[in-house]
Design a protein around this ligand. Sequence first.
Ligand SMILES: [Zn+2]
Length: 315
Amino acid sequence: MKTGFYTNPIYLEHDTGSHPENANRLRAILERLESGGLMEKLKVQPGRAATTAEIKMLHAEKLISEVEAAAVSGAKMLHTQDCVISSQTYNAALHAVGSVLDAALEVAERRIDNAFCAVRPPGHHAEYETAMGFCFFNNIALAAEFLTRKMGFQRVLIFDFDVHHGNGTQHFFEERADIYFVSMHQDPRTSYPGTGFADERGSGAGSGFTLNVPVPPGMEDEKYLQTFYANVQPKLLEYNPDFVLISAGFDAHRDDPLASLNLTERTFRELTMELKQLAEKSAGGRIMSLLEGGYDLNALSSSVQEHLTVLQNDD
Ligand SMILES: [Zn+2]
């Protein structure tokens, strides 16, 4: 079996101009995987558009119609200044969700080893009825919802290593125990979106099933990985997930212009190895990852290359 690699030309047509979340991010990833010889080892898939019924598993119908209307009407943004929109944004956002759901199904049924979805727009900031932080529909949350509601998984782990807190994902699931949201991110007092404090741990039936591990600006690989091994990994093992999802943002890299952590490719490689081993131990190997942030083209493309090298390695 192979690692699935989901990407579609429509993602390049979500045209955000000079915004940091732009199509050159994907172009840089594709070029790096081609030139490094990794692409030919992957099962490359175009994915498909999600249906509105699939988006409505979690999002308000109002949000769906607002994204569509904004794209059609030629609006420049939706809800917040940082959610830049173009004529193909709605189409691209539907395809991002569709690809992620396809990948989840393929991995669930073991038709591919695992998967990485190189999608745009990203998703982890998107809330029930609000676009925010470059995100319109919450791709990873919809994958987790699909896996629990439609596929019968009972302990889905979402590990979010994007440098920003995945507020949208947390809010969808903070009252549930069947989806464990774990996020390591830059201290919210110093970083967008200002949530993700350690005392946000879920509530009701979901009490204890949200884990936020904020880390201070300037943190480097060694300290970050120590924090992971000491404060995070034991809880992941204890949860014993039956599916592992990764919100893979690479903006904690030291070269990233939007945040202040000082990680290198080493951390992304090591985290990927640990999460893959966790999946092999408890989830029959079921792991899939999808792109969130990462805004330095070089750092992003080499970090994705490391991430995928680990995912597709059989050893
Ligand atoms: Zn981010």
